[in-house]
Design a protein. Structure first.
Length: 345
């Protein structure tokens, strides 16, 4: 296939680009190169003849029309989004413009392109979303594909809106779409404002490791390379109009996740051990969802997919990657907002 990937210079998008190229697909990477994007994420495939890069913004309808007409992809994988909850609390407008209007622009452009191409049966528009659209769970239960939406942050509200738009374009216009909602991702190339890289880099520098509230918030953790594999599976095998919840089958409290990372740091960077002495509880984020958990039954039974990397294996691999790739993350520490506490409004 030839696949147009939006946000392909970001964390999850670049994992999709690298894996798609490795599997013999042609990829057009469309990215606006905002603060969290990094073309070094795709440096290993940048010279591959099956790879092309388009510096463009999904908020620009004319650019989308041009890129689709020029490259004529067989599928669109839409990952471009503002995704940091703390930043959405401080500046929600950007999230509304990119995640809602950007998705609208892309749907319109994809629909026009699909019609102009004769409505090919094999065309797919794959919208990649988050489990945060479902809100917060109690002590038991899991999110399924039929869980009612209940977003609690500007970020999750903007993603919920984009999910609804994608479903509407399928029902109203017949655009062949598939959707996926994932749990928390971690792994190599993760921008250093999210929890896992913050813990690793603060531990390495001997700085306090911030844990929100009492550390009891629970998340299901999914290795980014497992997620990329799942996304390509959904793109190839998913039924049009269907949504798929993708989880890591690794539900854990934030404080326990931090402690696991510190334990790996003790082994891999013993000069700073014990690293858990740096843990510092800080005031919680406003509206912080207590628990997320994914029921992955549909991915397992319909598509035959389940994660291959355990949380302990993945965390050790991730710690090793950050220790071995300091030239990748050091320049990112100077980007706006990195290393600062955001989202306290």
């Amino acid at each position: 296939m030839k696949v147009l990937v939006t946000g392909g210079a970001g964390f999850i998008g670049s994992a999709v680009v690298r894996l798609a190229i490795a599997r013999g697909h042609h990829v057009v990477n469309l990215d606006a190169l905002t603060y969290a994007a990094n073309l070094r994420n795709v440096a290993t495939v940048a010279d591959d003849p099956a790879y092309a890069f388009e510096h463009a913004d999904i908020r620009d309808p004319q650019a989308l029309d041009r890129i689709l007409a020029q490259h004529r992809p067989d599928a669109v994988m839409h990952l471009a989004a503002e995704s940091h909850v703390d930043r959405s609390i401080d500046g929600p407008a950007t999230f509304m413009q990119t995640n809602i209007m950007g998705t609208f622009n892309l749907l319109q452009a994809a629909r026009a392109y699909w019609i102009a191409s004769g409505r090919p049966v094999g065309f797919r528009f794959h919208h990649v979303s988050t489990d945060e659209v479902f809100g917060s769970l109690g002590p038991t239960g899991s999110f399924t594909e039929t869980t009612a939406y209940d977003p609690r942050s500007p970020y999750s509200a903007s993603k919920a809106a984009s999910d609804h738009l994608v479903r509407a374009w399928h029902e109203t216009y017949g655009l062949p779409v598939v959707l996926s909602n994932c749990s928390n991702n971690y792994g190599p190339y993760h921008f250093p404002e999210k929890l896992v890289p913050v813990v690793i880099l603060n531990a390495l520098a001997g700085r306090p490791i911030p844990v929100y509230g009492d550390g009891g918030n629970i998340r299901d953790w999914l290795h980014v390379e497992d997620h990329a594999d799942a996304l390509l599976t959904v793109l190839k095998q998913g039924r049009p109009g269907r949504s798929y919840n993708i989880g890591g089958e690794a539900e854990v409290r934030n404080i326990d996740l931090v402690s696991m990372i510190c334990a790996h740091m003790d082994v891999l960077n013993p000069d700073g051990a014990p690293h858990d002495r740096l843990i510092e509880f800080v005031p919680d984020r406003p509206g912080h969802d207590r628990r997320y958990a994914i029921d992955p039954t549909r991915m397992r039974t319909e598509l035959g997919w389940r994660p291959s990397v355990t949380l302990d294996q993945g965390l050790r691999q991730t710690v090793e990657w950050y220790l071995q790739n300091r030239d990748w993350w050091r320049p990112l520490l100077d980007r706006q907002g990195v290393g600062q506490r955001l989202g306290t409004a």
